[in-house]
Design a protein around this ligand. Structure first.
Ligand SMILES: [Zn+2]
Length: 251
């Protein structure tokens, strides 16, 4: 089994987007990632990054007011379809596309997977269907029922590849635990934005802060027990901790 961390562009972001209590005015360059897990007999993609429209029409997608606070810095090569091509893969090679949640920077690249099987938490699916304020861009275009699996709670996708239900950031958010040969890697997704958010005293943007804190505590416990966390939007983590990005495969 292996895990590849795929870079999927950047945002110039105001710190207040990541930390709602922070004053406006401090700018950060925050990364976006997707993750490819290769099991014995399947390829699983966790998150799909941003859509083409996020690059070509950010104001139309995110709203005029949002763009100054969260400015996409994307090239065509950041799209998941291009990143897969760099790995000599086509969208149809992916056996299962899973979204941690349905925000535009995690499900925007779903547009590349027109005939693939998808998996998502049922709670997220229901929220994305009904809550247009939180999911304005319809990043998650639900495939027909024959291509969609709705998970409820923790779900083992393959031996050593487990979705962890970590609601709070959104109502159906999930993280991913990949148990590699030497160590488990914990893909937090937006349950934890950055290393500095990985503390009980801190919380990123959360639809339900009580649930978010509970999920955060759960992930902290897993890290205490040896899982190596990888955060969704940390500007420093890759360099500071020496993580290797695609095409490197953690095995
Ligand atoms: Zn995000």
């Amino acid at each position: 089994m292996s895990l590849t961390i795929i870079p999927a562009g950047f945002f110039h972001s105001d710190l207040s987007v990541l930390s709602p209590e922070a004053p406006r005015g401090r700018r950060l360059r925050i990364p976006v990632y997707t993750y490819l897990v290769r099991t014995k007999d399947s390829l699983i993609l966790f998150d799909t990054g941003c859509s083409h429209r996020c690059r070509t029409d950010p104001a139309g997608l995110l709203g005029e007011d949002a763009v100054p606070l969260l400015t996409p810095v994307l090239t065509p090569d950041d799209h998941i379809s291009a990143q897969l091509r760099n790995l000599n893969l086509m969208p149809l090679d992916i056996d299962l596309v899973v979204n941690s949640h349905c925000h535009f920077d995690h499900a925007g690249g779903n547009e590349a997977f027109t005939n693939n099987a998808f998996g998502i938490q049922e709670a997220e699916y229901r929220a994305a269907e009904t809550d247009r304020a939180t999911y304005p861009d319809l990043a998650f275009q639900p495939p027909g029922p024959s291509r969609l699996t709705l998970f409820s709670g923790d779900t083992e996708l393959a031996p050593g590849v487990t979705l962890l239900f970590t609601p709070g950031h959104t109502l159906g958010h999930q993280s991913l635990l990949v148990e590699l040969s030497d160590r488990a890697v914990l893909i937090t997704s937006d349950a934890v934005y950055t290393r500095s958010h990985f503390s009980v005293d801190r919380l990123g943007a959360a639809k339900d802060p009580v649930l978010a804190r509970k999920s955060l505590k759960r992930l902290l416990k897993l890290a205490e027990h040896g899982a190596r966390p990888f955060f969704s939007h940390d500007p420093e983590q890759v360099r500071a901790e020496g993580w290797k990005l695609a095409p490197f495969e953690y095995a």
